[in-house]
Design a protein around this ligand. Sequence first.
Ligand code: NAD
Length: 388
Amino acid sequence: MINGEKKLQNPIRWAMVGGGRGSQIGYVHRSAALRDQNFQLVAGAFDIDPERGKDFGMNVHVSPERCYPDYKTMFEEEAKREDGIQAVSIATPNGTHYEICRAALNAGLHVICEKPLCFTTEQAKELETLAKTKDRVVGITYGYAGHQMIEQARQMIEKGDLGEIRIVNMQFAHGFHSEAVEADNPSTKWRVDPKIAGPSYVLGDLGTHPLYISEVMLPNIKIKRLMCSRQSFVKSRSPLEDNAYTLMEYDNGAVGTLWSSCVNAGSMHGQKIRVIGSKASIEWWDEHPNQLKYEVQGKPAQILDRGMDYLYPESLAEDRISGGHSEGLFEAWSNLYTRFAMAMEASDRGEKLNDCWYPGIEAGLEGVRWVENCVRSADNGAIWVEYQ
Ligand code: NAD
């Protein structure tokens, strides 16, 4: 149970790059980091516009002299201070992640980076090596994975409640971009520009979320080969896709599908994962994150609820308010931010955080690798490709 008592000796001195006024995801980072007092927001380069960034920073109680015009100045100036930053979160558009993450690691900082970590597996491997060399933690904000019922699903699969795993059906298919909303929405505009978004739109922006959830639930199976077909229903988005289907084969003989879409008209989030075993299936939907459907062949379906005593103890560890009360995205992110903080503190002691998982740099690399393989398949006529 989490009740706000400290998990670290001292809060980590923390800064943000991006995530300023009007950004989609900045507030979720701050809420998650500050919720359990594991981080203290002391500096930032919050905006591409320095003046707006400074004004914003002061409005979230950062001292004016620590609201910087850009991340390079921030890393340089903070390194001169005895109380300089120890960690930074990167919440800028995709095309900047690689260079900011590399600069942060070179400055000796722990990093929390938005997905996608970068554009190519080559870049991701370089960042992974750098993080190892510098002995710094890189956390990736696959935030939905912090929901407690994801841990319950992981435990059920590990303990054999489903039997042998055969099928993994995933989707993240919302309808918000069924039309060319990017004409009036800056947050969407860069997402359909390959120079800023990278080699994909919905595969990277949406599909990598349930993909990571599947990696958490099923750590022991690996993709062997995949086939992907991608489309741009709003033609101006081409070559980036607004819809894609990926079919996967795993090394244990299981198969999987992942539907990534922003043109699923009428759908809110539409992020679901259904894992089907030889005895039973489970299904989780991010619009009802406190519940996990458990269906045993030949028996009535059950809905398992967050915070209840019948769950495995591992899934109760991060309960904050007991069953019946709803917890949501903000709590899920806080759970991950707490793990990032504990991993950072362990690293500073020269140790590793062994007793819990979190989306680290290998998760960032895996997301980039999956997108790269999907695009290679799709752009060669939706052919099967060996997973590289
Ligand atoms: P956004 O366009 O709404 O906001 C981007 C912010 O970054 C703005 O404040 C902008 O001024 C600032 N910025 C841009 N370049 C900068 C720079 N060089 N230095 C400092 N600030 C800079 O974007 P968003 O929707 O908040 O997305 C940001 C990132 O977060 C993207 O990589 C996106 O994929 C990711 N994201 C992740 C999730 C998730 O669930 N993990 C959800 C939404 C967005």
